[in-house]
Design a protein around this ligand. Structure first.
Ligand code: GCB
Length: 591
């Protein structure tokens, strides 16, 4: 659960400038580095990706462990438990309090905790050490592989198109909570006329008494109930809706613990090809995004978060996808508040070795096999889906779970891999539509798994990776493919989750050729013209909100340049054209 300060929980932030050291030989654990102060420490901010903070290429590109360390003065915790919480450590973290290993976690985009009560004393200082490993394998989400190059250097390969930033990316918190406490809550809402119907289910092991109060946005009590599970009616509710971040709080008391869980009252449903929010057809306008920024890498940063939302609102966007991994919890909270609609994606990206020879690195692997992505990966993937849903289930902003981006889906092996995973998502959350994001290599006549999902999410690069520069041909290919999807799946809404060309900011061209600013306007304009002809298309999320960092490659110029905005969030000319369109749509659609 998100960490909140309450009468029963005291929160201390451990963010700041920590000590840092690269583990060149990747043997710090064997050498027990955690048992003493780091021998040659340098400064490193937390949260932050370390890669772009430094100037040495060896540190930037190091494959393996880096170590973070700081001293912490233990607060008073009385009879309570003392918990350490990491928002994310990318990709794997091991945590020691003095000499004791208190947590190990794999998966770079989700939080984890350690109960350290038994290892510390109030008022005393302890040494907090974190070993961070940036290595991916065939059994991690996302997958990757470590290999030696011809000169014996260790390198890492992965099949996703963003730089593998690493470090402690989100806040580190220390907090107290009673031994008997609110461990989890699931809130599901419905709308009945002017009223909201709120079903809640609290987990608080060992609690003798659980009660809840519903508070409105001003903190005024509007309903109460007794018991760990129940249904509450909120009279004349203010519904959460796109553009309207109306929120309530379920204040839960379990014995001595008090926990405020925010929620919004709204419904989501797929009906035929319509995507309904509160029973009204919704049209997605927005982008796939990245947690990516100059110097910060993938670090969460409130300045950038608020600015990005300001920019998205300026443009008339109403939604985004958390491509290609779960975003910081602060971002999800803020999307709730701002009434932004979110497609929440797992970190299952790059599960497609057939993609991008030359773009994302050399190929030569079979995606699904005993030696590559296998049954073990599938288990890790299933757990990752459950963990994401557990973290984000109470966010009204989340309207679709996307369980993977552009995986291989045209083979029998992929069918075997994904069918059970769609079910995992449904079991974890029966209330929201589930989807996956489809790649160009898996058109409707080839792909095998759309049958298990509620929506069709398409990444299409007509006019860019294919029919490059020929927009007439590109338009035909797009229309032909759309017709085929609709013929095969007449009852599933279609959302375009990626489209658009790389565009060098400042590159002007009378002839409007690829890479120029003019071509971005033309290419995206072509897609929009086609979308407007199809009622089955219920959303346009272009790629990408902003330019972002990738691995070096002959198709990338200092990163991926498909941004509507530059990496420092300045509009390319196309941004104004799309702004006119989206503001007009906003007016027509009411949000
Ligand atoms: C895709 C991927 C995205 C890439 C994009 C591109 O289909 O989903 O991660 O960055 O294409 O620009 O090629």
């Amino acid at each position: 659960m998100r960490v909140r300060q309450t009468a029963s929980r005291q929160v201390t932030s451990l963010d700041g400038v920590w000590n840092f050291q690269v583990d060149w030989d990747n043997n710090g654990i064997e050498k027990e580095w955690f048992k003493a102060a780091l021998s040659t420490p340098r400064a490193m901010p937390v949260p932050g990706s370390y890669n772009d903070i430094v100037t040495e290429v060896d540190v930037h590109d190091h494959v393996g462990y880096v170590w973070y360390q700081r001293k912490v003065v233990t607060p008073k915790f009385g009879e309570d438990r003392l918990i350490l919480r990491f928002g994310s450590v990318t990709h794997a973290g091991a945590v020691w309090v003095n000499d004791v290993l208190v947590a190990e976690h794999i998966g770079g985009y989700l939080p984890f905790e350690a109960d350290i009560t038994d290892y510390v004393k109030p008022g005393e200082e302890f040494r907090l050490t974190v070993a961070v490993d940036n290595r991916l394998s065939w059994q991690t989400i996302p997958p990757g592989r470590v290999y030696q190059d011809n000169t014996g250097h260790t390198r890492q390969q992965y099949w996703h198109d963003f730089y593998n930033y690493a470090g402690i990316h989100r806040s580190v918190l220390l907090y107290t909570r009673p031994a008997v406490h609110v461990e989890d809550v699931t809130i599901v809402t419905d709308i009945d006329g002017a009223d909201g119907v709120v079903k809640y289910d609290v987990v608080a092991t060992g609690a003798k008494k659980v009660s809840v109060r519903v508070l409105d946005a001003d903190g005024k009590e509007v309903a109460t109930a007794e018991g760990a599970k129940g249904e509450i009616r909120v009279k004349d509710a203010k519904f959460w809706a796109p553009g309207h971040g109306n929120l309530y709080t379920l204040e839960i008391t379990a014995d001595d613990d008090v926990y405020p869980q925010r929620f919004g009252i709204r419904t989501v449903e797929v009906k035929g090809y319509e995507f309904l929010i509160n029973d009204k057809p919704f049209y997605f306008r927005g982008y796939g995004r990245h947690e990516d920024n100059i110097i910060r890498g993938k670090s969460h940063d409130n300045v950038m978060m608020v600015h990005d939302f300001e920019v998205m609102k300026w443009q008339g966007a109403n939604s985004f996808r958390t491509s290609h991994y779960p975003y910081a919890e602060e971002v999800m909270d803020y999307a709730d508040e701002q009434g932004f609609v979110v497609i929440d994606e797992t970190a299952a990206v790059g599960m497609n070795c057939g993609l991008g020879g030359g773009i994302f690195g050399e190929q030569g692997f079979t995606t699904f096999s005993d030696d590559t992505i296998n049954a073990e990966t599938q288990k890790v993937h299933a757990q990752h889906i459950r963990d994401l849903i557990k973290r984000d289930k109470n966010h009204p902003c989340v309207v679709i779970w996307s369980i993977a981006n552009e995986p291989e889906t045209h083979t029998d092996a992929s069918l075997k891999y994904f069918e059970p995973l769609a079910q995992v998502a449904r079991d974890a959350d029966p209330t929201r539509p589930v989807g996956y994001v489809n790649v160009m290599l898996s058109p409707p006549d080839k792909e095998k798994i759309t049958q298990f999902f509620d929506v069709i999410m398409l990444n299409r690069y007509f006019g860019w990776y294919v029919q490059t520069g020929n927009l007439a041909d590109a338009e035909k290919a797009l229309r032909d493919e759309l017709d085929e999807w609709i013929k095969r799946f007449p009852n599933k809404p279609i959302i375009f989750t990626e489209y658009g060309p790389d565009t060098m900011s400042g590159l002007k061209d009378y002839f409007r050729r690829p890479w120029s600013e003019e071509f971005q306007t033309d290419n995206i304009g072509m897609f929009h013209k086609v979308f407007d002809d199809y009622t089955e298309v219920v959303g346009e999320q272009m790629w990408n909100f902003a330019d972002f960092q990738t691995t070096p490659g002959i198709m990338r110029v200092g990163g991926n340049k498909k941004g509507m905005f530059t990496r420092d969030r300045l509009p390319k000319p196309n941004a104004y054209v799309v702004r006119d369109r989206w503001l007009k749509k906003k007016e027509e659609q009411g949000s």
